[in-house]
Design a protein. Structure first.
Length: 140
């Protein structure tokens, strides 16, 4: 393997000849397409960016045609935003209050309902309902 050579070598060339190419047939098809109005600009020479410009023009034309659809989408988006704002303004506080009520523990006594315990207050004695000697009956 040598790195330097005094002789200049040519790059490998690729000699491609199409097998099934018929120039007359190609010319006929091109003329027919021009007469039908399908592709009239194919006769011009290729210029850099030609296809990009045509694609850009076609995209702009499609967008101009679809102007009504985009307006409809904008209206739908506006209605959706208004409905979301109404939901947040009207229903959201009610839903939050409902969850807060559900989270409250109703079984525990509240401090406002009962008086504070005073250890020095006099004790009230309540008499029992039974007298001595009565039998207690337990039912299962």
């Amino acid at each position: 393997m040598s790195f330097f050579s005094p002789y200049k070598r040519r790059a490998n060339s690729f000699n491609y000849r199409p097998r099934y190419y018929d120039p007359d047939r190609e010319e006929r098809e091109q003329r027919r397409a021009e007469l039908r109005g399908e592709r009239s600009d194919d006769t011009e020479e290729y210029t850099p960016g030609k296809y990009i410009r045509t694609q850009r023009a076609a995209r702009a034309e499609r967008r101009a045609k679809d102007e009504g659809g985009s307006r409809m989408r904008m209206w739908m988006l506006g209605v959706g935003v208004v409905l979301l704002a109404l939901f947040l303004y009207i229903l959201y506080p009610r839903i939050v209050a409902l969850f807060e009520m559900a989270g409250d523990d109703h079984s525990a006594p509240r401090a406002e309902e009962y008086e504070e315990f005073d250890p020095y207050a006099p004790i009230t004695i309540v008499p029992d309902d039974y007298e001595e000697g009565d039998e207690l009956i337990y039912e299962d």
